[in-house]
Design a protein around this ligand. Structure first.
Ligand SMILES: O=C(O)c1ccc[n+]([C@@H]2O[C@H](COP(=O)([O-])O)[C@@H](O)[C@H]2O)c1
Ligand SMILES: Cc1cc2nc[nH]c2cc1C
Length: 354
């Protein structure tokens, strides 16, 4: 398959943006992390006056064969039921997106339930749910490519329809098991380090879930060898998540279009890891919207070298933490674009140091 051509973020623009940031009317670096965000946005947009307009979140949805193992606190039917809820505007992401200035798109790459046609539903089902990754590959390589392409296409539609700031969200009962397996594979970590309680499983289910992740990793290693070194698309197909593959596609197409792309929690960041494995330059466009309560999420963010904008203890998914960060990202851009310099405002510079 043809992967998008992602241009590098130009360090010259970062330097120029820092130079402007340091002339603005505030004690040097007083806006701290907001300044770091602003210079990255400037470099991505190749402008010292960055501006974030319309946002969009693409909520990628799919079912997981591994849900049959009893690894979630909720039944698999909830995936399709929640997709209907997104389309009716009744989910957390709908309310948060409204406040944050983001359109919500729902992308079905593998939901089992019948879904009605809807203008905000992108119907691109690759198969009705993934295989049970404890026992079999989650999908074929061709299916992984198809899901990835569906994510890219969905992102391109959102961009055509005006999005200049792009997030991915996820919906899929069982997907923290797939995300744990992928994260363990790519970061070379043991199952225990990246397996969490997802929707809130009890101790017995949690221990069983760790066992399932271990078996999935063993099975994949037997076929592919060292998973950290193996072809990333083969690992994605083995351990899955159709929606995780689609999320990787959303980030690839967002980076190709030189837009800021924002991660959500643990399953979405597994998609970001996949995208960066496939095209390392994607990293320059990524922002971590928040840090989820899922314990493996900080390992993913560490590996990507991303510091989260928010830390609210969320563990919902749907893109909620990503979209919640939009107002902060907009403020970061606004500060760099609109503040007066010391010279323009006639404000005295620092007395000492700088
Ligand atoms: O975003 C997160 O970090 C996150 C953490 C825990 C659960 N979730 C959501 O809950 C579902 C997966 O949880 P589970 O227990 O079914 O694997 C899926 O729909 C995710 O969007 C999401
Ligand atoms: C109700 C519910 C809503 C969700 N949204 C994302 N994952 C979810 C999981 C459940 C169980």
């Amino acid at each position: 398959m043809q992967l998008p051509n992602v241009s590098p973020v130009d360090p010259g623009w970062l330097e120029a943006a820092w130079a402007r940031q340091d002339q603005l009317t505030k004690p040097r670096r007083a806006l701290a992390y907001l300044e770091e965000l602003s210079v990255r946005l400037a470099a991505i947009q190749r402008s010292l006056r960055p501006e974030l307009g319309q946002g969009a979140v693409i909520v990628c949805a799919a079912d997981h064969g591994v849900a049959a193992e009893g690894v979630s606190a909720y039944p698999p039917e909830v995936t399709g039921q929640m997709v209907l809820n997104f389309l009716r505007g009744g989910a957390a992401i709908n309310q948060i997106a409204q406040v944050a200035g983001a359109e919500v798109y729902v992308l079905d790459v593998g939901v089992r339930a019948d879904l009605p046609a809807h203008e905000r539903l992108i119907a691109a089902r690759v198969r009705p749910g993934s295989g049970n990754l404890r026992l079999e590959p989650a999908m074929t390589r061709a299916q992984a490519e198809q899901a990835l392409e569906a994510g890219m296409e969905a992102a391109r539609r959102a961009i055509r329809e005006g999005a200049t700031l792009l997030a991915a969200g996820d919906m899929g009962i069982g997907n923290t098991t797939a995300a744990a397996a992928l994260t363990a594979a790519w970061l070379g970590l043991p199952a225990e380090a990246v397996t969490g309680r997802g929707t809130g499983v009890d101790d017995a289910r949690y221990h069983h879930k760790v066992g399932v992740v271990k078996q999935a990793l063993r099975r994949a290693e037997q076929r592919l060898g060292d998973l950290a070194q193996a072809d990333p698309l083969a690992v994605l197909a083995a351990l899955g998540g159709l929606e995780i593959a689609a999320i990787a596609g959303v980030f690839l197409a967002g980076a190709e279009a030189r837009l800021p792309i924002v991660t959500d929690g643990f399953p979405v960041t597994a998609g970001a890891l996949a995208a960066v494995r496939l095209a390392p330059r994607v990293r320059g466009y990524l922002f971590a919207g928040h840090r989820s309560a899922e314990p493996g999420h900080h390992r993913q963010l560490e590996a990507l070298g991303l510091k989260p904008v928010l830390e609210l203890g969320l563990r919902l998914g749907e893109g909620t933490g990503a979209v919640l960060s939009f107002p902060i990202l907009r403020a970061a851009a606004g500060v760099l674009a609109g503040m007066a310099t010391f010279e323009e405002a006639g404000v005295g510079p620092a007395v000492e140091g700088s």
